[in-house]
Structures are given as C-alpha cells and as structure tokens.
Write a protein that binds this ligand. Structure first.
Ligand code: HH2
Length: 262
C-alpha cells in the first residue's frame, strides 16, 4: 500500500490544479514501483497535527481520488475518520475506508461502512492524535490491542459490515512508546491469529528515531522502515503501508528468495 498525502502545503503555492496533478503523478509512480493499493489521505495524523474540516478534506481528496481511479486499476483506500468523507470518496472510486479510529469517530461510522459495502481498515489508537503520545500506558500492549481490534471487528459486523471486508491494524505510533511499538511488532502474530488480514504501517515513523537518534528527519528512516516491514511480513501481515514502495518491494523479494532457498 503506497502512501499518497494530499497535504495543505501542496495547496499554498502553484494552485489547486498543480496540487492535484502532483498527488496523482505521485500515486501513479507508486503503482509503477509495485504498489497494489494506494492510501490517499488529506489530514495529517501526526502527534499535535491540526484537524482539517470536512469541507477542506473533501476539496483536497475528491479530485485526486477521481483522477487516480480514472488512470490506474490499483484500488484506492481513503484515509479519513469522517463518514461523510468516506461516502464521497467511495462515490469517487475508493474501494477501502482506512479509519484510524476503527469506526468510532462518529456514531454514524459503522452503519456508513456497512452501507458502503467497501473494505474497512480498523486501526488501534490510544487517545487522540493531538495528545496520544503524552503518556501512553498499557499493562500488556499486545493483549490489549488484540482485544480492542477483536471487539471493533465484532462491532462492525454487528452493524452490518461483512466479515470479509474487515482488515485490522495495530496502529504503530498511535498512543505508543518505543517499547510498546517494539512489543507489538514482535507480537504481531497474536493479531494475525484473529483471522483478519493485517495492515501494518511503520514507514518513517518516530519510533525509529528512538533506536537511531541520527534519524531525526523522516526521510532518514528508510532502513528502520524496511526492517519493520520485513518483520511484519514474516509475522503474516497482508498489507504494508509505506512511503518507499520500490525499496520495500525489493526488500520483500529478497526476503522471499532467501525463504525459497531454505
Ligand atoms: N499511519 C498514519 C496514517 N494513517 N492508517 C493506517 N491504517 N495505519 C497506519 O499506521 C497509519 C494510517 C500516519 O499518518 P501521518 O503521520 O499523517 O503520516 P503519513 O500519512 O505520511 O504516514
């Protein structure tokens, strides 16, 4: 899954058409590099990020989703927590709703997902993006995240979402310390064993800097991102949400070739 961010700064100069074109070109490049799925989002969920209004999100996302859908067969997922945005995105061609709140941001979310009939990524987060990194606490992070995801999947099914449309994601970096993230990556198999496809996103995340203080800037975290992606693939993850698609595809191919030589 290649990450396509339609960010506010891309709107500040050059005008809207150029911003849309840049996002579409980026998406098509990720498909060329081997992405099977494109995750398009317009609201940054980084700790302390400013929320984006529904109107702004729609204005940024919909033209990009429409254009990407018209120009590639790769399915699009929309990274949003708002049911109205998910609805418009699916109408514009998105096939998956990627919701970092696991359909809990609005009481309309589960019914909306059921009515849309699209794929749904249910992600774990402790707290809210603005404050989630302040003091995350767990007694047993693997058990608690697994139980949360099991319950959210059951709630989605109870609301009418087909079991076959549900994907789970441990939410690396969302209300988690370095130790929590590492325990989750080491314990991913417990979540895989729930029987849903696992989505895993560690690409360029801040925990890598906790291990390599030199990786202050996100672009300097490729090595750590690849190490985490390979560990997740070995544990049975179905989808890797990444910025660096070509490098991740190459790393996976080498890992598979080594496995085949055993
Ligand atoms: N991480 C981010 C956003 N959406 N969705 C899923 N399912 N899993 C994730 O791990 C995940 C996600 C991180 O978002 P942000 O910090 O805004 O940056 P970017 O979108 O460039 O990764």
């Amino acid at each position: 899954m290649g990450i396509v961010n339609v960010t506010p700064d891309s709107f500040s100069d050059g005008g809207r058409f150029l911003a849309v074109e840049a996002a579409v070109e980026h998406a098509l490049r990720l498909v060329d590099e081997g992405a099977d799925l494109l995750d398009i989002g317009a609201e940054s969920t980084r700790p302390r990020a400013e929320p984006v209004s529904e109107a702004q999100e729609l204005e940024r996302l919909i033209p990009v989703i429409e254009a990407v859908h018209a120009r590639t067969e790769a399915p699009v997922s929309v990274d949003t927590l708002k049911p109205a945005v998910a609805r418009a995105a699916v109408a514009a061609g998105a096939a998956v709703w990627n919701d970092i709140t696991a359909l809990s941001w609005s009481e309309d979310s589960p019914a909306t997902a059921a009515a849309l009939g699209c794929g749904v990524v249910l992600m774990h987060m402790q707290g809210e993006p603005a404050t989630m990194q302040d003091n995350p606490r767990y007694d047993d992070v693997v058990a608690e995240v697994t139980e949360f995801l099991r319950r959210r999947a059951e709630a989605a099914i109870a609301a009418g979402v087909a079991r076959s449309e549900i994907w789970l994601d441990p939410g690396i970096g969302f209300g988690k310390t370095l130790a929590h993230n590492l325990s989750l990556i080491a314990g991913l198999k417990t979540i895989v064993d729930l029987g849903y496809p696992l989505v895993f996103g560690a690409s360029r995340k801040g925990f890598i800097r906790g291990i390599d203080p030199g990786a202050e800037r996100a672009e300097h975290r490729l090595g750590g991102s690849l190490a985490a992606a390979l560990a997740a693939a070995r544990a049975g993850a179905s989808v890797l949400r990444v910025h660096d698609v070509a490098q991740t595809v190459q790393a996976l191919k080498v890992q598979q070739a080594i496995g085949a030589a055993r």
